[in-house]
Design a protein around this ligand. Sequence first.
Ligand code: PLP
Length: 458
Amino acid sequence: MAEGFASNSPIVAAYRERTRRSAELAAEAAQLLPSGIAHDSRYLEPYGIYVESARGALKRDVDGNEYIDYFGGHGALLLGHGHPEVLAATHAALDQGTQFAANHPREIAWAEAIRRLVPAAERVRFVGSGTEATLLALRLARAFTGRRRIARFKASFHGWHDHMTSGYTSHFDGSPTPGVLPSIAEQVVLLPPGDLAAAEAALAGDPEIAAVIVEPTGGSFGLVPLEPSFLHALRALTERHGVLLIFDEVISGFRVAPGGAQGAFGIRPDLSTFAKIVAGGLPGGAVGGRRDILDGLDFAAARESGREKIDHPGTFNANPVSAAAGIATLGIIETTDACARANESAERLRRGLNELFEREGVSWAAYGTFSAFHLFTNPDGLEIRPGAFDPGALGYEALKKRRPGLVHKLRLALLLNGLDIGGWPGGMTSIAHDAATLERSLDGFRAALALLRREGEV
Ligand code: PLP
């Protein structure tokens, strides 16, 4: 195993025993798919589970095991799996056709729903994914300002296109990751997260910066948190320098609050990117923002301004089935307390986990904001009290650091106890994570810690 944890581990053996059909499928997949997977964050040693179905907070694998799901569709499922209203809307749309290659009425209702919740989205352009959303936002910003460079924060995630790869998990010096042109990486300015003086110096010293893009909760949905006061200062700073501010709300949008992080913090960015929840858990995304900037995509406005129009085709832009799921989901978020409920569940889980760590004498911590929980597994053995852990006191390197192999083993131990979390490690809650589900989750964590303790991992 690449990260080298003991192959004679009872946790690994028990996992193999419980997931025999997944193991067979993983062996087949390895002949076809690099690492047998379709998304880097689904990589798990010795192999990941193969899921057959999911409903509410639960998913079921091909061996018949059930898991409480904290991966949450990579953040897309604030309403849980298979919400009946979203399913009904999706089924009805499927029956009408999946691809019209034409305008359709739902795209207007979808854009209206976005604008009602996010007033800064004066105009909306639909795209196929979150990666496409940030790609388009950068292009819009360059075309509008006539400047070349983009500033972003180390450890933030904005998708996988060429401008966004360095400085997320590696290449923090801004050098290009494999396959990326050095000339593109050179146009990206990587800033230390939360450091206003550094941002100020970068903007003052570089008149070619078109935009600053930021995950408003901090990188990876708050794994490396940012203070709202920093965002307010960043808004003022970008305005002073005529630099556009892009909020990447691909995860936070319609999750932290109906109006996203910008609604929660009272900040109006120039451009916002959305995906995941905006498309109701189906593929899709959107860029919303100032009309004068989005006018770069508008045939008539471009003609009138004498500027060349920005190209933007895309086969699955505003796909009608994704639109139906998105409209249904945004409708529920607008008219219920869904965001607040998911936030409250995560708060209870974080608290319960920290109480568990303290009781068990494990010097880890659960932290995060809104509907996120992140697990700090303390690879350097810092003196911490789980309930009083302050991630803001540590830099992004410390928060992202892990002991090799531990996270895989932790995830296996949790899977053995009916819990599926993300590999950062952490997870997200949905409205389906009710009190009973949280109680079961804490029991599962307790049992997983006991397994890890037996192997000397905690
Ligand atoms: N931006 C943020 C903040 C994200 O969390 C993600 C995905 O997790 C993306 C962009 C990329 O979105 P997608 O996976 O739809 O390409």
